[in-house]
Design a protein around this ligand. Sequence first.
Ligand code: ADP
Ligand code: MG
Length: 748
Amino acid sequence: MQRLLKYLKPFIFLLILAIALLFLQANADLALPDYLSKIVNVGIQAGGIENAIPQAIRQTEMERLMLFFSAEEKERVLNDYTLVDQSSPDYDRYLSQYPALKDGAIYVLNPIDQAETDWLNPVMAKALLVVYGIEQGMADPTKVSTLGQMNFNGFDISKLPPGTDLFKYMEQMPPAALSQISEGINKRLEAMGSSSLIQAAAEPIQAEYAALGMDVGAVSHKYILNTGKLMLLLTLLSVLCNIGVGFLSSRIAAGFSRNLRKAVFSKVESFSSGEFEKFSTASLITRTTNDITQIQMVVIMMVRMVFYAPIIGVGGVMRAISKDSSMWWILALAVGILILLIFIIFNIAVPKFKIIQSLIDRLNLITRENLSGMMVIRAFNRQDFELKRFDKANRDLTSTSLFVNRVMAVMMPIMMLVLNGISLLIIWVGGKQVAASNMQVGDILAFMQYGMQIIFAFLMLSVMFIILPRAQVSANRIADVLETEPSIVDPENPQSFPPDGKGLLEFRNVSFRYPDAEEYILHDISFVAQPGKVTGIIGPTGSGKSTLVNLIPRFYDVTDGAILIDGVDIRNVTQHELRKRIGFVPQKSSLFSGTIESNLRFGNENAPEELLYKAAEIAQATEFIEAKPEKMDAEISQGGTNVSGGQKQRLSIARALVKQAPINIFDDSFSALDFKTDAALRQALKQQATPGTLLLVTQRVASIMNADQIIVLDEGRIVGKGKHRDLMKTCEIYKDIALSQLSMEELA
Ligand code: ADP
Ligand code: MG
């Protein structure tokens, strides 16, 4: 992937935006379990009472609490409360809120900050618990057990005669004895965790609120409702972020793959024939389509998961441990099992992905070959064989894909098993913690949810780990194309052809072998093709004629020697400049989908109408164009399959002529023409107003008999050069070819 990173650059801003949204989403998601635990712990179990600090408390009750405060605690607590009685200015307002105010003065809590809350919580909780316990024991003597526990530092309340008002009794105790009791209480309650302590204090506070005439149920109700609303808002935020991220990730991925496709396509356009042979057309097509689609999918997933999962994972662990640090080992166990599973999959599945991609290549290759060679396959009755070949490729791909998918399918239930096992473990261990008052029920719920979030984060990462290597394969295949430097490149300081150049073509000791081939195909070729003259090239098939002419437009570069046009080495000008000077009709010519006219204008878009007709006339194409009802606007199907071989050749010639280039090269372009048309065409070519340099490659002696110069090629060497008449006498090979085609009289 890193080889393609630079194509992500234009999307950096969107990416950062997406990450910011993910961060927001992750935080919202992580906050939810916390609120759930609050609903259970505070809303339900503690009746909506968050702190062990009552909003208001009767003066009489406060005095009982103060029995268990130290001197400085007493002062600080009283500082946080305001005494309200009939003389207070806000009496009426407070009366409606706390109806018990009419029976006596009450303390109302001042606004306090978090630090003060934290300090007050344990102090008030302990005192509230003890006072409440004593009150209950006094009110109901059957609760002896409650009193029985009130044995602090040797001071056993239950030993006192029944009916004693303990608070009156204690007020008369010496301060030393009282502080002894306080210490005992502290020691006893220290064992409880602070959150459990606060939760336990909720009961006395609820009792106090009831005594004040407040609606206790409403307090709990309000708390749950408010927390619920907050959770709803958080969920909404998370959903919005998620939608935003989805939108951004699609944009990034689609844009990224569009740029990649563009880059690959323009790279391929710059390839010379050598690079095409290296990659094969089928593979290039898979690379621009399937491979890039893979990458696109992965980019979407990456944006959505790769950043989200770690935030959730780390955040989840941190929050879970803050709920209960003693259960960390359960999370570690879960993560350990998951890592092991991912490791196993990684080693089983990933090597297969590489295979899959090359199998797709193969399937493409066979499909392409079959579709383009359909006629031949039918003519030779090879359908069965081809079907089997396709079937095998198809089966290979299917079975490999199936294998990978089966591994994935097995993974899912295993992951679910781990997930459920972990939940069970959390409930089991957490249940014990709750029984020991070390943890609250809501915290188990939250812990469980965090556990799930952590595991899902890991699952996401594991999915990532599985598809990433596949994308890596694709990415490398694409990068291979992008990083291939075309072997034929423009010079750094290009020269230009002389403006008055007429297209003088010279081969100077040219030798050539195909890239990666050992054997030379052309050996020491030297000749000059003059402007206004026809140079014929003849030779048996495989003698190197096409290879020779393909060197002129630099489809390949010469291995040794040089080719010059108007005295300039063709490697010293730009390819564009060079090809502008050449009208080329390749041996295997192809037309493009469109109309006849659009095909003729291929090399010269602004050619005037007359030029098109003129070129068509020289190419002997007028007759059949005129025969079509739409004339020049007749449709040409892809590859030119709806015209005959000869018509295709004539249109290709016309297309080259419309370009009006000084050099024209026809590679076996008359092979599908009948002799009469062949002759007429050559005649017309000769009579052109500005006859450029003409190179005629052919196997027909008749086509070049009248050429100004004939070059005879055999096994890549020039074995004869001259006019027909001379060659008949001097060149054995030429004579053999000529005699095999024409009678003595015709040759004379
Ligand atoms: P001609 O046009 O005279 O029939 P070619 O120039 O097409 O002959 O081929 C000459 C030789 O070059 C042949 O032996 C052929 O096998 C070889 N050849 C042609 N094209 C390639 C190529 N792309 N890679 C390697 N060898 C090639
Ligand atoms: Mg050829």
